[in-house]
Design a protein around this ligand. Structure first.
Ligand SMILES: [Zn+2]
Length: 351
């Protein structure tokens, strides 16, 4: 590759620095009048990591291979014939899959990446959330391709305040190669932040209510479980999203769920224990709390509603070890504390 890191590559987009079309001059203008442009010179130190390596000469743990392609397609429900047979290619969106370290992780991560995270941790930006990723595809991957990659810290944003809290966006760019030639790029952006509001000790965390999902929580307050319906194609969707995955339309209305459902799948939460997730008194039959400390174990179900969409919630009214796939459940509203009410599903009746 001959492109210099300074040159805006084709397809490169503006990181969420708030810099407008005027670019860097805007950033300076913002910094000057601010009351705390760069507390402790932190931003300057973070910025010094731009362009430094986040992972060096990584090697994919497997060659591009048919079993992983098949598993991916099954998990995604992708039946495209291009991904099967003797001339199969790998789905382009698998790009990152070939670079993943698995449970045992990677040994190729650079010191720079860890240092940057340590700096942010020290400054109080201890939480992390992935915000978006984008991929560019240069050519198709085929079984037998040997994957190598390098990763670079591309940008660190100025301090930003979001609804989650204040922090810095970090964009990492991974260049993926097959047999030594560039096949694609994967850009991954996270927000490393200090949470805006800590849930008081022992309380169940509050949901993040925003303009995309406020209607859902209004429904809960009125003891209605509302499902979004695309007014373009009629597709139901849950959880709430600003647009339709089926047709892309932004317009929607809602239908109220009947409250009937079945357990599509479930997990039992044993550890770690979170006091806020105490099994509520009177909502669970039998021995749901063998340790007597009030914090579980408890069952978390993926509930398939009668309307066809699925949602995650607690299964109550049944001992955690008696929850089963296919068990009929019915919606009810659980008052967790004076501010928080949640839709949960009671199982076991006639099941
Ligand atoms: Zn639609």
């Amino acid at each position: 590759m001959s492109a210099s890191p300074e040159a805006p590559a084709a397809g490169a987009e503006t990181p969420p620095t708030g810099a407008g079309p005027e670019g860097r001059s805007v950033r300076r203008a913002v910094e000057a009048p601010s009351t705390s442009p760069d507390p402790g010179g932190l931003y300057g130190r973070l910025k010094a990591y731009e362009g430094r390596s986040a992972a060096n000469e990584g090697v994919g743990k497997d060659l591009v291979n048919e079993p992983m392609i098949r598993h991916w397609c099954e998990a995604m429900g992708d039946t495209n014939p291009a991904y099967r047979g003797p001339d199969a290619i790998a789905p382009p969106t698998m790009l990152q899959a070939w670079t993943m370290g698995g449970l045992s992780g990677h040994s190729d991560r650079s010191g720079a990446h860890d240092e940057l995270f340590a700096l942010l941790d020290e400054a109080g930006f201890t939480s992390v959330v992935a915000t978006d990723c984008e991929q560019e595809y240069v050519r198709e991957l085929r079984p037998g391709d040997r994957i190598t990659y390098d990763s670079v810290i591309e940008t660190v944003s100025e301090r930003k305040t979001t609804k989650l809290g204040t922090g810095h966006f970090i964009t990492t760019r991974m260049d993926v190669r097959a047999n030594g030639k560039l096949v694609g790029r994967h850009r991954f952006r996270i927000l490393k932040y200090a949470p805006a509001r800590r849930t008081p000790q022992g309380r169940r965390p509050r949901p993040v209510v925003n303009r995309d999902n406020a209607g859902f929580w209004d429904g809960v307050a009125a003891h209605k479980l509302l499902i979004q319906r695309c007014t373009g194609c009629g597709e139901l969707r849950f959880p709430w999203l600003p647009g339709c995955n089926g047709c892309g339309a932004a317009e929607w209305d809602t239908v109220e769920a009947s409250g009937a459902g079945t357990v599509f799948s479930y997990v039992v939460m044993h550890h770690p224990r979170f006091p806020g997730f105490t099994v509520p008194e009177g909502t669970a039959a039998g021995d749901t709390d063998p340790d007597g400390d009030g914090s579980g174990p408890y069952a978390v179900g993926l509930i398939e509603l009668a309307e066809g969409v699925r949602m995650i919630s607690n299964v109550v009214g049944v001992p955690y070890d008696k929850v089963r796939i296919g068990m009929p459940v019915r919606l009810e509203f659980l008052r967790v504390d004076e501010e928080l009410e949640l839709p949960v599903f009671r199982g076991g009746e006639g099941g």
